[in-house]
Design a protein. Structure first.
Length: 167
């Protein structure tokens, strides 16, 4: 079997400044608490935890930040079908075009339709998105299952979709 050529590929990361601001606040607070308690020798807070507890929380939050930094959504389209992956939550998944009843690039409302970004389940099915409000909406033949794959390149995806779908 010949190698299937990828005609559209996109990898997205969570890089919104406001989101990283929210994620870094608890880590900054714990680092400040570590400084106050370990360096200055002043118990941090009204009911201070042990040094080991503060270090443990700091390490846990740092690991979560690193995992979040590398978290990504990858979408590829080829003449054979659609491959997507939401790292680190699951490996590559593939949907052959024969399984797809409908496919269109559309605008959507992430908060209203799915409750936000990430891996979300809503009234419109399952969404895998990182940011923005554009995505590839798939409806599968089997059980009319709906999957939305977010994109930051809607026009390129739309053009690739026209080329790759069997007519």
């Amino acid at each position: 079997m010949a190698t299937d050529i990828i005609l559209f590929s996109e990898r997205q990361y969570f890089r919104q400044w406001w989101l990283w601001g929210l994620l870094l606040m608890p880590f900054g607070l714990i680092l400040y608490g570590l400084y106050v308690q370990l360096v200055q020798g002043i118990p941090f807070g009204n009911n201070p935890g042990s040094n080991e507890m503060l270090i443990g929380v700091a390490v846990f939050l740092l690991l979560m930040l690193v995992a979040f930094y590398f978290m990504s959504l990858q979408v590829e389209l080829s003449r054979a079908g659609i491959r997507y992956r939401f790292f680190p939550f699951f490996g590559s998944r593939f949907i052959a075009w024969e399984e797809v009843a409908e496919a269109e690039v559309r605008q959507y409302q992430p908060l209203k339709e799915y409750g936000g970004w990430g891996i979300k389940y809503g009234s419109g099915g399952t969404a895998y998105n990182v940011s923005g409000n554009m995505g590839l909406q798939l409806v599968l033949h089997k059980n009319n299952k709906r999957i939305l794959l977010g994109t930051q390149q809607p026009e390129a995806l739309r053009l690739a979709l026209q080329k790759m779908r069997p007519h």
